[in-house]
Design a protein around this ligand. Structure first.
Ligand code: COA
Length: 350
C-alpha cells in the first residue's frame, strides 16, 4: 500500500513515552548467557535495555506514555474518539489492551482496539489513524506503540535474548492547518513470517503442557535472514515513499528508523545517503522495543532538541510478518502551546 496524502492535513500534536526503570546491561546478561558485552556491542550496538518487572504489563507502560502525549496535545482524554494500540504483547489476548487503556484513561467514547504488525505496528497504526481522521470517522486519535518483549523472549537463547527491551510510546493525531503527514508506504511478506515468529498460543497450536515445555510460546528467530530482510526493506520502503511524495533524501531533516541493530541502521543510512547527524539512534540504550521503538526514538529526538516544527521527518519500521512501513511528515509538534517537548521519557517500576 502506498499513497501521498495530498488531501486532509493531519499531524502529531502530542508525544510521550515510557520505559521500565530497571536497566539490564550486557554484563548482566553475560552472567547467565554465553555472551559478552563486546560481542553484543560489536554485532548490535546495544549496551543496555529496560526490562519490566514481573507484575508490569503493556498497559502499565502505555498509560504514562499516553498521559504524557495527551498533556502535550492538550484537551481532555474524553476528546479522543479512536485509540489504537500497536503491540504483539498485549496484557492478554482479550479484552484488547486498547479497551483496557481507554478505560484507564477515561475515554468512554473511543473506539479502542489492538493492531498486530510486529515491530512495524506503530507505523501501521499511524496510517490507520490518519485514514480514519482524513475520512471523517475520527476527530482525535491516540496511537500507542509498545511491547514488553521480555515476557516472550527465551532467556536461555543468546541469539535473541540480547536484542530486545521493553518500552512504549504514544502520540495524539488530529487535523492541523498545514504540515503533518505527507505519505505512507506499508507492506507484508507472509512467506517470510517463518523467520520471526512465536508458534504457540494461537488457534494453530493452543497452549498445552508440551507446548510450554518445548518453549513454543517464546520468540523464534532466524537472525541472518531477518537481517537481510531488514536492510533491504529499510532502503526500498524509504525510496518508495519519498518518490511517491515527490521528495528526495536531500529533503529529509530527520530519519527515524526502527531501532533493531545499529548495523542495520548504518547499512540503510549508507545506502540511502542520509547524513549521519540527521539519524536518530537510541538502540544502544533501549535495544529493540518493537512497536515502542519509533515513538521512543521520536521522543528522544525531541528531548535532544533534534526535532522541530517545519522539519521533514522520515520514519521506517520493519518486523515480524514480515512487515514494513514508512511515513513521511512535516513535523508540527503541539499546536496549542501546551507542550513540554524537551521532557524525557517517563519510567515505571522500581
Ligand atoms: N553472544 C555471543 N555469540 C553469539 C551471540 C551472542 N549473544 N548470538 C549469536 N552468537 C554466535 C552464533 O552462535 C554464531 O556462532 P558460530 O559462528 O559459532 O555458529 C556467531 O555468533 C555468528 O552468528 P550470526 O547469527 O551469524 O551473527 P550475526 O552477525 O548475524 O548477528 C544478529 C546475529 C541476531 C545480531 C543479527 O543476525 C541480527 O541483528 N539480525 C536481525 C535481528 C532483528 O533485527 N530482529 C528483529 C527485527 S524487528
Amino acid at each position: 500500500m502506498i499513497g501521498a496524502t495530498n488531501g486532509a492535513r493531519v499531524s502529531i500534536t502530542g508525544l510521550g513515552c515510557c520505559t521500565p526503570e530497571r536497566v539490564v546491561t550486557n554484563d548482566d546478561l553475560s552472567r547467565t548467557l554465553d555472551t559478552s558485552d563486546e560481542w553484543i556491542r560489536e554485532r548490535t550496538g546495544i549496551r543496555e535495555r529496560r526490562i519490566a518487572l514481573p507484575e508490569q504489563a503493556l498497559s502499565d507502560l502505555a498509560l504514562p506514555a499516553a498521559r504524557q502525549a495527551l498533556a502535550q496535545a492538550g484537551g481532555e482524554p474524553s476528546s479522543i474518539d479512536l485509540l489504537i494500540v500497536a503491540t504483539v504483547t498485549p496484557d492478554m489476548v482479550f479484552p484488547s489492551s486498547g479497551a483496557v487503556l481507554a478505560d484507564r484513561l477515561g475515554m468512554p467514547d473511543a473506539a479502542a482496539y489492538d493492531l498486530s504488525a510486529g515491530c512495524t505496528g506503530f507505523m501501521y497504526a499511524l496510517a490507520q489513524a490518519y485514514g480514519m481522521i482524513a475520512g471523517g470517522l475520527s476527530s482525535r486519535a491516540l496511537v500507542v506503540g509498545g511491547d514488553v518483549l521480555s515476557k516472550i523472549v527465551d532467556w536461555s537463547d543468546r541469539s535473541t535474548a540480547v536484542l530486545f527491551g521493553d518500552g512504549a510510546g504514544a502520540v495524539v493525531l488530529e487535523a492541523v492547518d498545514a504540515g503533518g503527514f505527507l505519505g505512507f508506504e506499508l507492506g507484508a511478506d507472509g512467506a517470510g513470517g517463518v523467520h520471526l515468529n512465536l508458534p504457540a498460543g494461537g488457534s494453530r497450536m493452543p497452549a498445552t503442557a508440551e507446548s510450554v515445555a518445548g518453549g513454543q510460546h517464546l520468540v523464534k528467530m532466524n537472525g541472518p535472514e531477518v537481517f537481510k530482510f531488514a536492510t533491504r526493506v529499510l532502503v526500498s520502503s524509504a525510496e518508495r515513499v519519498l518518490a511517491e511524495c515527490g521528495l528526495s533524501v536531500a529533503d529529509i531533516d530527520l530519519y527515524v528508523p526502527h531501532q533493531a541493530n545499529v548495523r542495520i541502521i548504518d547499512y540503510a543510512v549508507r545506502k540511502l545517503g542520509i547524513a549521519r547527524e540527521r539519524v536518530v539512534v537510541n538502540v544502544d540504550r533501549f535495544g529493540n522495543t518493537s512497536s515502542g521503538s519509533i515513538p521512543l526514538a521520536l521522543a528522544d529526538a525531541a528531548a535532544d532538541g533534534m526535532l522541530h516544527p517545519g522539519q521533514t521527518v522520515l520514519m521506517t519500521g520493519m518486523g515480524a510478518g514480515l512487515t514494513w512501513g514508512s511515513a513521511v511528515m512535516e513535523w508540527t509538534g503541539q499546536t496549542n502551546g501546551n507542550g513540554q517537548s524537551r521532557r524525557r521519557e517517563e519510567t515505571v517500576g522500581g
